[in-house]
Design a protein. Structure first.
Length: 266
C-alpha cells in the first residue's frame, strides 16, 4: 500500500508574518496580498497533481491557502477541503500577538533556547508532536480503509491495471523520478491508494517532520543538510513524502522524503 503526502509546510504570508509577530492559534489573521500571490503560485505549481483528499488547519490563513490552491487544480476543483484542529499552529500562550523578539526574551530570561521554550499557556514541543503523530496515524488508517474498499469493490485484478500514470504527475523534474518511486517497493503496484494534500503551519510542520525523522527513520534526500532539515519553511513551501504500509501494517510505515520546503514556485 502506497500513498503520497504533499504538505504545504507554511500557509501564505499574513501581515503578522511580515511584521514578525507570533500568531499561534489565538491570532487568526487573513492572508495578505502577498500571501494570496504565494498561494496562487503554489496552486499553479501543484495544478497537475490529482489529489484524492485535501486537509487543512482550521485557522483562516491555512483555509484561504488551501482554497486558493484547490481553485487552481485541473482535476479536483470540486474536492471537499476537510478542516482539522490537529493541524493548527503551535499554541504560544501569552506570547501570541507579540513580537518574536518578546518570545526570545522570555526564553532567555528562563535560561532556555527559544525553539524549545514554552511560554505560559503554550504547548510544549512534545504536545505538538503528539498532535502531528495522531493526525498522521489517522491518514495511514484512511489509506488502509480506502485500499480495503477498493479491493472489495473491484478485486485485486482491476487495481493492478489502475490509473498509475495519470496520478504520478509531479510538478518538478529535478526532485523525483520513477526510479526513486520504485526503489525499495519490491515490485509493488504504483497505483496510489491516496494522494493527500495537507495545509498547515511552520512550527507545527517542523515538529511533524521531526517525528518522521526521529521516530519513523524517514529516508531523506541525499542533498539535504541538517540546517535545511531544522530551518523554518518559506511561506507555501511544499514538502512531498511517499508513505508505504507493507501489507497495510499501520505499526511500521516507511516514509521517504522526496523534497522538503520546495519553494521554486515563489
Amino acid at each position: 500500500l502506497i500513498f503520497f503526502l504533499f504538505i504545504i509546510s507554511f500557509s501564505g504570508e499574513t501581515r503578522y508574518n511580515k511584521d514578525k509577530i507570533l500568531q499561534g492559534q489565538g491570532v487568526d489573521e487573513p492572508l495578505s496580498a502577498t500571501g494570496f500571490r504565494q498561494a496562487d503560485a503554489a496552486g499553479l505549481f501543484l495544478s497537475n497533481v490529482k489529489f484524492t483528499h485535501i486537509f487543512s488547519s482550521d485557522l483562516l490563513r491555512a483555509k484561504q491557502t488551501a482554497a486558493t490552491i484547490l481553485g487552481k487544480n485541473k482535476f479536483c476543483k470540486d474536492l471537499e477541503i476537510k478542516y482539522d484542529a490537529r493541524l493548527r499552529e503551535r499554541k504560544y500562550g501569552v506570547a501570541e500577538g507579540r513580537p518574536l523578539a518578546d518570545l526570545k526574551a522570555m526564553a532567555k530570561a528562563a535560561g532556555e533556547q527559544c525553539p524549545s521554550f514554552t511560554p505560559s499557556g503554550g504547548e510544549t514541543l512534545d504536545e505538538v508532536r503528539e498532535r502531528a503523530k495522531d493526525f498522521f496515524e489517522f491518514l495511514c488508517r484512511l489509506a488502509v480503509e480506502l485500499e480495503q474498499k477498493e479491493q472489495d469493490m473491484h478485486g485485486m485484478a482491476s487495481r493492478s491495471s489502475g490509473t498509475a500514470e495519470e496520478q504520478l504527475v509531479f510538478p518538478w523534474t529535478n526532485h523525483c523520478s520513477e526510479a526513486e518511486l520504485s526503489s525499495g517497493n519490491s515490485g509493488a503496484s504504483k497505483t496510489l491508494d491516496a494522494n493527500i494534500l495537507v495545509v498547515s503551519h511552520g512550527a507545527y510542520m517542523r515538529n511533524w517532520i521531526g517525528y518522521f525523522v526521529s521516530d519513523l527513520n524517514c529516508t531523506l534526500p541525499t542533498n539535504l543538510t541538517k540546517s535545511q532539515l531544522s530551518s523554518v519553511s518559506p511561506n507555501t513551501g511544499v514538502s512531498h513524502f511517499i508513505i508505504k504500509l507493507e501489507n497495510g501494517n499501520l505499526l511500521k510505515p516507511e516514509v521517504t522524503c522526496v523534497c522538503l520546503n520546495q519553494d521554486s514556485h515563489l
